[in-house]
Design a protein around this ligand. Sequence first.
Ligand SMILES: Nc1ncnc2c1ncn2[C@@H]1O[C@H](COP(=O)(O)OP(=O)(O)OP(=O)(O)O)[C@@H](O)[C@H]1O
Ligand SMILES: [Mg+2]
Length: 459
Amino acid sequence: MRPPKLLIIEDEERMRRLFELVLKQEGYDLLLASTGEQGIRTLHDVADLDLIVTDLQLGKQSGLDVLEAAKRALPDVPVLIITGYGTVKSAVEAMKKGAYDYISKPVDNEELKIVLARALQVRQLSQDNRALRAGLHERFGFNRIVSVSSKMAEVKRLAMEVARTDVTVLITGESGTGKELLARAIHYAGARAGGPLVAVNCAGIPENLLESELFGYEKGAFTDAKKAKAGRFQLADRGTLFLDEIGEMSLAAQAKLLRVLEDHTVEPLGGVRGVKVDIRVICATNQTLPELIRKGSFREDLYYRLNVGTLHIPPLRERREDIRALLESFLEIASRERGTRIHQVSPEALALLEGYHWPGNVRELHNVMEWVTISCKEGEIKPEHLPAFLHPSAGTTHDTTSHKNVPSLLSFGLSVEEVEKAMLQEALEKTGGNVSEASRLLKVTRNTLRYRMAKYHLT
Ligand SMILES: Nc1ncnc2c1ncn2[C@@H]1O[C@H](COP(=O)(O)OP(=O)(O)OP(=O)(O)O)[C@@H](O)[C@H]1O
Ligand SMILES: [Mg+2]
């Protein structure tokens, strides 16, 4: 590790020498400046400064000017102020303006060392924190969401727009379509990214506990409430609350949620007064809420509240162009994170994957990839590496008479001839060589089919 780089701005020659003597021994990489001007120039010019120490009185310029310039140019670098006798008031002023700490003259060497070491720790922490956040962003950000199809690209575009606002969002879509992924991306791309993201699965908490879990309770609210407990709404203060499977919420909890959305106030159970919260709510459901409203299990007024920003993620079978890109993305991640060595999908395997109807959507596709990393050690994925249910012989999953289930061969850059030949072959295989049936599948006349079979030397 490189030594910490420290800029010292001190107009008194004697003091500079002293700092040099003490801090060189501590292993600091020292830069010395004798005027505020010189100090400000240095902090702009020198890369990766870790700490700034400045005297408050520097002749023409004051340490406060240095502080201001430092905060603007290097907001993460702590600034330590050295004050002379009788200027403690200005030191306090400096603290208000963002100085990390101050020590007064005469400077005690030991105190100086300790304060500097602590400031460096703080600097390290804030750097770690930033790296962590960047990591989270990388992991949960929009760049992780594959969207090759125009349908998904449009969802992503809308979501990025919504992320810039603070409106309540409702994400709908079948199970496994990526609702939670989208919710996280919205949180991490928005102004609340620095705040908490609290996720609650409304279906995962027993109904009688959901209310106290969400809204908290006061001491004595019920027999077991020995002390007060903050609900998830309060925990999400200044951040985002993600309410998954909102359709499972009881009518009582729905009423309370409505109140939070309208007044930004949470009422803990057994409490007399509401607690103000600053949260953004993102909900998700795989149910059709209007249907639940008809059945009387979902509040209509709440629905209209949630419906402000609705994002619907279409099922994977309605955006088959994403399949290949998702596969490639999953393979890439597996290879990066687990060192797997599968880098390609054979056209035949891809055709099977693209032809399947994916009732479990992207999650199911992801599970298949997990399977493949076991069945196919390295190289290229072939049909035999895929689980049995993906093979046409597995029966009902492939509706061979419906056009939309004919595998899309176009997407991997074959010539028309190659595609045509592959389609003929497939149709003949599926029908056991029965030309009449195969021609129906291919929607061509028998004569056409015979002519083409001859052309490609098929029997
Ligand atoms: N567009 C996408 N790009 C990359 N990965 C995706 C995409 N959509 C979904 N996934 C992945 O698929 C899996 C399922 O996604 P997620 O959990 O967000 O679905 P969900 O809609 O919340 O499902 P459920 O309704 O069952 O809770 C996750 O591993 C997620 O990372
Ligand atoms: Mg989910």
